[in-house]
Ligand binder design. Structure first.
Ligand code: KIV
Ligand code: ZN
Length: 521
């Protein structure tokens, strides 16, 4: 191993840009669990959110800041005093803190979106960085849409913000337009220009499927920080995927031998599963590194080769990303508490006695009906337990009437504080009947915007993981809820009630996000 290796900082933006994926919004408890997994993974910087976007975002960033000890916790902020103050206040309790401020620098963004002259953009950027430095010495500045910006203008603004105190300069390809050779040239020129006065960073979107290739080319040309997300989540086609960048750097040491990351790659698969379980967004099966088929050898010729010598068709060992192929069959109904605790420990869940007891109870319920329980079942069970918000409403039972007669109906019993209520309703379909009955009991009228069911692990008796997106108030964003059960209808009811509980836990913090990037200082 070369001891002179330079560190490439991994800046994870799953909780900020990733959360901007359609349908990926998360509640605060879910965000905290993800931040803790990102820290175990070893990311250098966690972009925990955009504190000024809503009181809920502020709350999540500040709770993460208080919990995380090793990684730097960062909040995004537009180049506005009010945003920067919100970011600074939200990260105030972090051990290591960063403010990431940005303004667009491309002609098209400056003219049509910001409606500002270039001189005004520079003035705003400098003011933003100076003000951010009042909260922390670690300030990142992004030239939004750097990929389509004039390099001469970028040099001018970058020089000004470095003089104002920016320590990292990020050059995002915001619309995922550039090719690797073009990103390489831009990064090389900006690295030469800045002469080590700031760390050069990249943030590549994936609109043409080039996010990872562009990030790697940037590293070869001087970038020392890469912004990325788990499973490649993010706006539109997403961001460069963390797992692909990190595993390429590690696997191709013949090319990238001068560099290394601080990532513990064995935490990649657990991180990917946690985020897929929480968001309900599964990576495509053939997704590099973390897709279900990434290590599956289907053809006889490939299977034969792998049996004779693994490396014939495998360039990465599944164990390197924490996917222990030999140990996926876990427990059954006779497994005891000690075996269960041991499994949780191996999967990276550190639980107190109360959490262990609750989880073990739920495990036993599942084990009664399901013969074999796999690692992914345990992960999904723990995710749904650890990310559950206060249970204002609790599902006690669900009964479905025979819908073969043509009238689907459901009877539901729900506990709220000390009151247990049972009611029944008919609907256009079984799910409609279940959700309508829940509405009648709780008094909230949810509008179902999306419904998705995926199966966890394998077998006829696989657990159903239902994700719903529900709007409870026209003026507030939709809320995601998750439900896990061997029975799809039960999982659906749990997901719908979960969304309502999540909504209630964030009441008053859910104002719609800011959309106007030209707002005045
Ligand atoms: O894509 C982008 O330009 C961004 C910035 C806010 C960094 O996400
Ligand atoms: Zn972005």
């Amino acid at each position: 191993m070369n001891h002179e290796q330079e560190i490439i900082k991994i800046f994870d933006t799953t909780l900020r840009d990733g959360e901007q994926s359609p349908g990926a919004s998360m509640n605060t408890e879910e965000k905290i669990q993800i931040a803790m997994q990102l820290e175990r993974l070893g990311v250098d910087i966690i972009e925990a959110g955009f504190a000024a976007a809503s009181p809920g975002d502020f709350d999540a960033v500040s709770k993460i800041a208080a919990r995380i000890t090793h990684s730097t916790v960062c909040s995004l902020a537009r180049a506005l005093d009010s945003d920067i103050k919100a970011a600074g206040d939200a990260i105030a309790h972090a051990r290591h803190k960063r403010i990431h401020t940005f303004i667009a620098t491309s002609p098209i963004h400056m003219e049509y979106k910001l409606k500002m002259k270039p001189e005004e953009v520079i003035r705003r950027a400098v003011r933003a960085v100076e003000y951010a430095r009042e909260f922390t010495d670690d300030v990142e500045f992004s030239c939004e849409d750097a990929g389509r910006s004039d390099i001469g203008f970028m040099k001018e603004i970058v020089d000004a913000v470095i003089n104002a105190g920016a320590t990292t300069i990020n050059l995002p390809d915001t619309v995922g337009y550039r090719l690797p050779s073009e990103i390489g040239a831009m990064v090389r020129e900006m690295s030469r220009f800045t002469e080590g006065r700031a760390i050069i960073s990249v943030h590549n979107h994936n609109d043409l499927g080039l996010g990872v290739a562009n990030s790697l080319e940037a590293v070869l040309n001087g970038a020392r920080q890469v912004e990325c997300t788990i499973n490649g989540l993010g706006e539109r086609a997403g961001n460069a995927a963390l797992e692909e960048i990190v595993m390429t750097l590690k696997t191709r040491q013949d090319i990238f031998g001068a560099y290394k990351t601080n990532i513990n790659t064995k935490e990649i698969y657990p991180a990917s599963r946690l985020i897929a379980n929480i968001t309900g967004i599964e990576p495509q099966p053939n997704k590099a590194i973390v897709g279900k088929n990434a290590f599956a050898h289907e053809s006889g010729i490939h299977q034969d080769g792998v049996l004779k010598h693994k490396e014939t068709y495998e360039i990465i060992s599944p164990a390197d990303i924490g996917l222990d192929m030999e140990d996926t069959l876990v427990l059954g109904k006779h497994s005891g508490r000690a075996a269960f605790r041991d499994k949780l420990h191996k999967l990276g869940f550190e639980v107190n006695d109360d959490d262990l007891n609750n989880a073990f109870e739920r495990f036993k319920e599942i084990a009664d009906k399901k013969k074999e329980i796999y690692d992914d079942d345990v992960r999904a069970l723990m995710t749904s337990q650890m990310t559950a918000v206060n249970k204002a409403f609790e599902l006690v039972s669900l009964q479905l009437m025979d819908c073969s007669a043509g009238v689907p109906s459901a009877a539901v019993t729900i506990k709220h504080e000390d009151t247990v209520t049972t009611d029944a309703a008919i609907g256009d379909g079984t799910i409609d009947a279940v959700f309508k009955t829940i509405d009648r009991i709780t008094g909230y009228q949810g509008k179902l915007l999306d419904y998705k069911v995926t199966s966890v692990s394998k077998g006829k008796d696989a657990l159903a993981n239902v994700t719903v997106k529900v709007m409870f108030n026209e003026n507030e964003p939709a809320i995601i809820g998750h439900g896990l059960s061997l029975d799809t209808m039960m999982a659906s009811a749990r997901a719908y009630i979960g969304a309502l509980n999540s909504y209630l836990s964030m009441e008053g913090m859910l104002k719609l996000r800011h959309t106007d990037s030209s707002e005045t200082v």
